[in-house]
Design a protein around this ligand. Structure first.
Ligand code: C2E
Ligand code: MG
Ligand code: MG
Ligand code: MG
Length: 280
């Protein structure tokens, strides 16, 4: 098996092989090394104001740049990282990169710039990562709303004191909250009553087919936008790839959009160029 894996470096990421304990250990080990050797990178994807076309903020997305130069995308390692608690360290590292990046971009534009970071449910629930959580808070207490945290509905449905307490600490620090992948989760909306969030992100599956195979997606998007606005929340559409989708979302009153139409996630350097080109 080792020989085979050595020849095809992606083979041990396939779901069936990943299930074996051996392969899991190997990925865990590689991920630990990746963290220690600084093989992880953060890329930033613009989030655009649909009314003005200006870049208003960014989402931080982690990438794994292997020594041979290949770029590994999150879906190939986030799952294992979540199962092992390593996600806590990854998310903390991403945050430690995103905070100074938000400061630099703010200086560049002369106005506060917000970066949103993803936080896995496992990062809220794991007991292994207490130390990184305190490091997170030390950073976040100083920068507050320069950071938004993207969570999925499951986190807000968790009633355990540990999760509640962490959410409350983030909120006291002034961090903003985005519900990621909205509409495909539990679809219980009561948590929006108990916990103040700032943004809803319409899941990209609705955007993908709204103008082609599934007109119902337009109804879902309109409903999410109407509900969000009546609750005082802003709406971000993700996965916007075409001018048609952008125009439809704009006329539907969606506030912000993110997608390959504007730019994929990119290095801070290229992101800064996009930001300056937009401002000019
Ligand atoms: P997400 O948070 O929903 O992020 C959006 C994903 O959609 C990103 O994939 C982004 O590159 C991709 N995307 C953006 N625009 C388009 C588009 O127009 N079309 C299509 N088809 N895709 C688009 P990515 O970077 O591969 O990340 C996948 C997921 O991995 C993320 O979904 C998030 O759940 C997770 N993830 C990424 N970075 C982190 C991280 O630092 N921590 C944690 N816990 N999770 C992360
Ligand atoms: Mg996200
Ligand atoms: Mg999303
Ligand atoms: Mg998603």
């Amino acid at each position: 098996v080792a020989k085979h894996a050595g020849r095809n470096r992606f083979s041990y990421f396939t779901p069936d092989i990943r299930d074996s304990a051996w392969a899991r250990l190997r990925v865990i080990d590689e991920l630990r090394q990746a963290l220690a050797r600084c093989e992880l990178q953060v890329h930033y994807q613009p989030i655009v104001d649909l009314a003005s076309n200006a870049i208003v903020k960014a989402e931080a997305l982690v990438r794994w740049r292997r020594p041979d130069g290949t770029l590994v995308l999150p879906q190939q390692f986030i799952g294992v990282a979540e199962e092992t608690g390593l996600i806590g360290e990854i998310d903390a590292w991403v945050l430690s990169q995103a905070v100074p990046c938000a400061m630099r971009l703010g200086e560049l534009t002369g106005a506060p710039f917000q970066i949103s970071v993803n936080k896995s449910p496992a990062g809220f629930m794991s007991r292994l990562i207490g130390h990184t959580w305190d490091e997170d808070m030390a950073l976040l207490d100083r920068v507050g709303a320069r950071i938004a945290v993207e969570i999925t509905e499951g986190v807000l449905l968790d009633d355990s004191p540990g999760v509640r307490d962490k959410l409350a600490r983030l909120q006291r620090a002034g961090v903003q909250f985005t519900i990621d992948d909205f509409g495909i989760g539990y679809s219980s909306m009561a948590y929006l009553n108990k916990f103040k969030v700032d943004f809803l992100k319409i899941d990209q599956s609705f955007v993908k087919d709204m103008l082609t195979t599934n007109p119902n997606s337009q109804i879902f998007a309109e409903t999410i936008i109407a509900m969000a606005h009546r609750l005082g929340l802003k709406v971000i559409a993700e996965g916007v790839e075409t001018v048609g989708q952008r125009d439809w979302l704009r006329q539907a009153g969606c506030d912000y959009a993110q997608g390959f139409l504007f730019s994929p996630a990119t290095t801070e350097e290229r992101f800064a160029q996009l930001l300056q080109a937009g401002a000019a």
